[in-house]
Design a binder for this molecule. Structure first.
Ligand SMILES: [Zn+2]
Length: 239
């Protein structure tokens, strides 16, 4: 894992297809540091925190989740800091916190469609013993928007429409024109990769009016605003 510097106050660790580990973001304010997403396990975010330490950066004070999917949230229990998530993210995390992780329960969820094969395979790749999985909700909830004044930079965490997941939050830093977008531009993995075009069009409109140059997604390299809008625009044009 390598920490990359994007702008003066913004860093991230790239995604890793092994175990489907997503990008983790870091916003280094003068008084508050923010972490975007909790990672897929305690091991994942421990490696991230170690990278920060090695680079002389402070431990984050706050972690904000982009949405409930396992790869972004299963590391949350290991983070000793303030945590934030959308209300719907927490609802879902409370629901899946009741899941059992023995072989029978995992197979049953695959059979009845509660879980998808892609997540199941990657959970098994990340966890030698899935029974060690521990899921908790975030300590604080976001309805539509929350702004953190980090000192020198601000972070607007906004709930935006998404075909990927209805609880999606983006973290926008206007001073550096960067937005962390999680998986917001994807389709619905838990519904046969269906893409709701109304939600995609609404997302396109909201992103278009935001003043950023670069978007940081959770499963690929950062991309320019024009590239992101071009991608979403092809679906939005079908409306
Ligand atoms: Zn996702």
């Amino acid at each position: 894992m390598q920490l990359k510097k994007l702008t003066e106050h913004i860093y991230y660790t790239p995604n890793n297809p092994k175990g489907d580990r997503p990008t983790l973001g870091y916003i280094a304010g003068n008084k508050t540091a923010l972490m975007i997403d909790a990672g897929n396990s305690a091991a994942h975010n421990a490696a991230f925190l170690e990278q920060l330490r090695k680079n002389g950066l402070r431990k984050p004070d706050i972690c904000v989740l982009t949405h409930w999917h396992w790869d972004h949230t299963f590391g949350l229990h290991a983070l000793n800091m303030e945590t934030y998530a959308h209300t719907k993210t927490n609802e879902k995390l409370r629901e899946i916190a009741k899941w059992e992780w023995n072989e029978n329960a995992m197979r049953q969820r695959l059979a009845d469609g509660t879980e998808i094969a892609f997540a199941n395979e990657n959970i098994r790749a990340e966890y030698a013993d899935p029974q060690k999985i521990r899921i908790i909700p975030a300590g604080n909830e976001i309805q539509e928007e929350i702004t953190f004044d980090c000192g020198g930079v601000t972070c607007h965490c906004l709930h935006l429409p998404s075909a990927h997941s209805d609880d999606s939050i983006v973290a926008f830093v206007p001073e550096e024109k960067i937005v962390f977008i999680g998986d917001i531009y994807g389709d619905d993995f838990y519904n046969g990769h269906n893409r709701n075009l109304d939600k995609t069009k609404s997302l396109y409109d909201r992103l278009q009016e935001m003043d950023f140059t670069t978007a940081v997604p959770d499963h690929s390299a950062p991309l320019l605003k024009a590239e992101l809008l071009d991608f979403l625009g092809r679906f939005a044009a079908q409306k």
